[in-house]
Design a protein around this ligand. Structure first.
Ligand code: ADP
Ligand code: MG
Length: 256
């Protein structure tokens, strides 16, 4: 794994909202096929960091490279130039994101939700998009729901559709921001199982979650963020059983 080039290289990422310094220099590499789980208390900057990777927020400082693309910038004649919003939109098409709120289009069926971006944005043929959507529905365990309306699905099913929809653009990288936090407890397992399947298939994933069990079982690496910095990171069996930093210790003690 570590012999490959990183797919994501974040360097010294800074972000403030007004006086509120939210990210204070985040460095992170994510290697192809790696599953990185980010833990941390509310307000520590986890969502902001994911949103910077996907260019839903502008960084104030530092850089993020995904594949050979510098997020938000391009190198021309040795100088960094800010990209147009159109080019940024194109960069974002390589990255899938799943949010706490699934936000499916309510007026579209499950299948229509999934094929919308591939046809509308990626200009795939309808036939290709539908065939791929059906494959994705099989992966997330919802083959029988292609023609259902989102409102007729459980929260767990809707989130699995949202995952299929994010995968439909064939992203190189998937970002998950607390994908199970809005779900009733009995529905969390099915979504985590779906994510586990994707992890096992070698998808590169950065997952913000409070599900320590998922981190333990599915993560290649666990990162603990607090106060806009990475406080500790390592293999899950190492850091989750034997956290070194007092803040990480006290964070984890809440889950035991
Ligand atoms: P986490 O995901 O770890 O809970 P966030 O990244 O959502 O943390 O938020 C970190 C801090 O940034 C919080 O203090 C939050 O209020 C602030 N913040 C996040 N987004 C915005 C925004 N769009 N405008 C102003 N402040 C924001
Ligand atoms: Mg958050």
């Amino acid at each position: 794994m570590s012999t490959a080039e990183p797919l994501v290289q974040a360097r010294n990422v800074h972000k403030s909202f007004g006086d509120n310094q939210v990210l204070k220099g985040i460095d992170m590499d994510v290697f192809p096929g790696e599953v990185v789980v980010i833990l941390g208390p509310s307000g520590s900057g986890k969502s902001t960091f994911l949103r910077c990777i996907n260019h839903l927020e502008d960084m104030d400082g530092g850089s993020i490279q995904v594949g050979d693309q510098q997020i938000g910038f391009e190198l021309k004649k040795g100088k960094l130039h800010r990209l147009s919003s159109r080019r940024i939109a194109r960069q974002r098409q390589e990255i899938g994101m799943v949010f706490q709120q699934f936000n499916l289009y309510p007026h579209m069926t499950v299948l229509q939700n999934i094929i919308e971006a591939p046809i509308g944005v990626h200009k795939r043929s309808r036939k290709q998009a539908i065939a791929h959507a059906r494959e994705l529905l099989a992966i997330v365990g919802l083959s029988d729901k292609a023609d259902a309306w989102p409102r007729h699905l459980s929260g767990g099913q809707q989130q699995r559709v949202a995952i299929a929809r994010a995968l439909a653009i064939k992203p190189r990288l998937m970002l998950f921001d607390e994908p199970t936090s809005a779900l009733d407890p009995e529905l969390v397992g099915e979504v985590l199982a779906t994510m586990r399947t994707l992890a096992d298939q070698g998808l590169t994933m950065v997952v913000v979650t409070h599900e320590i069990g998922f981190a333990r079982e599915a993560a290649d690496r666990v990162i603990f963020m607090d106060g806009g910095v990475i406080v500790e990171q390592g293999a899950p069996d190492q850091v989750l059983s034997n956290p070194q930093h007092p803040r990480f210790q006290s964070f984890l003690s809440r889950f035991i």
